[in-house]
Design a protein around this ligand. Sequence first.
Ligand code: AMP
Length: 361
Amino acid sequence: MAPALSLAPGDALGILGSGQLGRMLAMAAAQLGLRSVVYAPESGPACDVAARTIIAPYEDDAALAELAACVRVVTYEFENVPAHTAEFLAARLPVRPGPAALATTQDRAVEKRFLNGQGIPTAPFLEVDDAAGLAKALSALGRPAILKTRRFGYDGKGQIMIREGMDVAQSWAALGGVPCILEGLVPFTREVSVVGARGLDGSFAAYDVCENAHENHILALTTVPASMAPDTAAQAVAMAARIAGALDYVGVISVEMFHVVDGAGERLVVNEIAPRVHNSGHWTLDGAVTSQFDQHVRAVCGWPLGSTRRHGRVEMRNLIGHDADGWAALLAEPGACLHLYGKHEARAGRKMGHVTRIFPE
Ligand code: AMP
């Protein structure tokens, strides 16, 4: 492992992935006087704003060596960076967040065992490796329950809800027969997330808890602050800090949680950790002193974290598919802050941009 180091303005930062998160990271890096080199198998929105682009497969050692030679630290916009890629780079220069964060968050079973080991509640779950195992897990957890692939799930992909009467073998086949977990249903009131950052010196700074509403399994609306008791919000942030500390994490981390409100009071159940900037943190571009992208760049460069103070009550709405066709009206709306990702084709379900609105508290 290469030694810890701090960058200086003028240095170059490597970003794995060429999507909108990479784009907003590269823009934040540029604002802080850094140059970004985007590395991805295909061109994307980040390439338009990077100083340099390397288009090559993640398994191409010669291209990875070229990246390692021209940047001082590497980060990434997505959690499915292949282990080989992370290890190859980490042997040559700092990769932040480190490979341990990737290994823990790429596999739902490993992630949930890690969380439970930290005393953090998750949905009840069982590992399932075949149809017979699914039948056993369903008897233990009951129906309905959610079958999720251990790896490569996002935006509701790689999961199905198994209800009363559904056939076990068919349900197993529906996800392709890959290793899965079966999760018991959490009777949540709302979904929330904590977006926070851990610096190279171990400092931790979180934004206020975000409340997230999904449509068709895709984030539609984030409002901040989330409706919850101040004690519960403090617990949510403490959980994120504990997770980041246990992973010896550097960078922005996002922790998705279920907020359960019932006769027993309020509690939090962690659903998922994203070792990266997160869609539910996009509001920080306009609604906080330091955006999540600036914060991530600061952290991975070994710089002090910035203030996470909000400018008001904030709403961030995603522009999915043809929603983005309304760009002219959004530009004309006083107070609406429009962000478009420069994607050429508005396919259904594709995140094209977002709009933020800030209101007095
Ligand atoms: P995930 O891919 O794990 O983030 O799940 C996608 C969405 O499915 C979540 O945002 C929830 O709305 C729902 N969901 C996932 N797991 C559970 C669960 N154990 N109980 C209730 N709802 C869930």
